[in-house]
Design a protein around this ligand. Structure first.
Ligand code: SF4
Length: 264
């Protein structure tokens, strides 16, 4: 069942009666077998009416033909504005287009690819506004200028650094990801990263929640992990007696030589 768009206004009666004209127009662009029943007509505006016909073209279930007709005031001649094939509510159509920046996922960037960051990207601020707001509490103009000069010097050559918003966005992403407390690895871990000797501490506000795993045997080696994440490679993990490997038996030396073998 196709639900047709409804328009306000009374449709022009001459144009509404011109369903056969509209069908003839559709038949100029489609085979007769591809044009189904007349589904209705509605006004697009003053003396502008659109007729719809079911589409029977293979591969287009739920689509319909749409023909828009018009005529001049007090004129009898009908003019065709357009004829198109349109998707109805149940038609199979491509998903809505998403800008490439919103489609990008970590790992999509190949060697040599460039991904410029826009000037107004909310994740970044000029270096002198960096991080945990050095200008808070309020200062007078001289103090602010001095802080900015020092911050520029300490910016280590960076024009921009993470804004508070950028920090929060990263923290939310990391916490919800595989290095957070809800990953399957963390849920079955014997203890958390907070007590693990392999955790490298960060600095700044992110250090309250995150560190970097430096255990080469762990899945998260080199990755940011939350302090309440964890894994089975925790530095203090101990095996229970029944989990420990069984001791190997003593080696048995086979001293039989080829000559001795012949004598057996
Ligand atoms: S080894 Fe495991 S518990 Fe230790 S820091 Fe890495 S992920 Fe966390």
């Amino acid at each position: 069942m196709i639900s047709l768009p409804s328009r306000a206004g009374k449709p022009d009666s001459t144009l509404v009666k011109a369903a056969d004209v509209a069908r003839g127009i559709v038949l100029e662009v489609a085979e007769a077998a591809e044009v189904g029943d007349h589904l209705g007509a509605h006004a697009e505006g003053e003396r502008v009416v659109t007729h719809q016909f079911a589409c029977a073209r293979p591969g287009y279930p739920g689509w319909y033909w749409s023909v828009t007709l018009t005529r001049a005031k007090r004129g009898k001649d009908i003019t065709v504005n357009e004829v198109v094939l349109l998707p109805g509510d149940e038609a199979i159509v491509a998903p809505a287009w998403v800008p490439y920046k919103e489609r990008l996922q970590p790992g999509d960037l190949s060697p040599g690819d460039l991904l410029p960051v826009e000037d107004e990207d909310v994740r970044l601020v000029p270096t002198y506004l960096v991080g945990d707001d050095p200008l808070d509490p309020p200062m007078d103009a001289d103090d602010r200028a001095q802080v900015r000069r020092v911050a520029e010097d300490l910016g280590l050559g960076r024009v921009r650094t993470l804004s508070r918003e950028g920090i929060d966005m990263a923290a939310e992403r990391w916490y919800a990801g595989s290095g957070g407390p809800d990953s399957p690895l963390a849920k079955s871990a014997p203890d958390t990263c907070a007590t693990c000797g392999f955790l490298v501490r960060l600095s700044g506000s992110l250090a309250e929640t995150f560190g970097v795993c430096a255990n080469g045997n762990a899945n998260d080696d080199g990755k940011v992990v939350s302090l309440d994440h964890g894994c089975g490679a925790h530095s203090e993990v101990k095996l229970a007696r029944k989990q420990q490997p069984l001791p190997m038996p003593e080696h048995a030396f086979d001293t039989l030589t080829d000559d001795e073998y012949e004598l057996i």
